[in-house]
Design a protein around this ligand. Structure first.
Ligand code: ZN
Length: 172
């Protein structure tokens, strides 16, 4: 399983992150510490929801959109939260399109561990840029230092684009 090996360093960090600090939900931890947004790679906050980088990404630019409230399932989400998250899906795609020029996107949700959810307890939407032949892309980026650098660089790039583009949802 090449891909598992490739992303293993991230997974370790991610698991340590979950176990650390409050011992609770890392998304809620991120929300509670705005001064650490850059360290946490938290991109945008709105009244209803926020956007963070997935630190163990399936692909370059893999983002997570989550409601501000710790809810396990969208059956508990308000209309305002659902609307905001869908608007953020649109904005994430717009910014990623400018930043990394993907050929397509996967946008998806997993509920419960059996469905592959990595963070049971805090619902979230995945936005994953895709490129034709992006399996090959992962081979190219098999050096984890390169990946680490590119996450920080891409974070800065997405922030910059969102400021110049004045996205409708960001900042609301
Ligand atoms: Zn949470």
């Amino acid at each position: 399983m090449k891909r598992k090996n490739l992303w293993a360093p991230w997974r370790v960090k991610y698991i340590q992150g979950i176990a650390g600090e409050t011992g609770g939900c890392f998304l809620c931890d991120y929300l509670a510490t705005p001064e650490k947004d850059k360290d946490n790679l938290l991109l945008w906050r709105t009244k209803q929801a926020f956007v963070v980088f997935n630190k163990f990404p399936y692909n370059n630019g893999h983002l997570l959109i989550a409601p501000n409230r710790h809810i396990a399932d969208f059956s508990d989400a308000s209309d305002a939260e659902m609307l905001c998250m869908m608007k953020l899906v649109r904005d994430c795609q717009a910014v990623l399109s400018k930043a990394v020029n993907p050929h397509g996107f996967n946008v998806g949700m997993n509920f419960g561990r059996c469905a592959g959810a990595g963070l049971p307890g805090h619902a979230h939407i995945h936005v994953v840029p895709r490129w034709n032949g992006d399996t090959n892309y992962m081979h190219v980026c098999s050096d984890t230092d390169v990946i680490s650098q590119s996450l920080d660089d891409l974070y800065d790039k997405l922030i910059e684009i969102s400021q110049t583009e004045q996205l409708p949802t960001v900042g609301t």
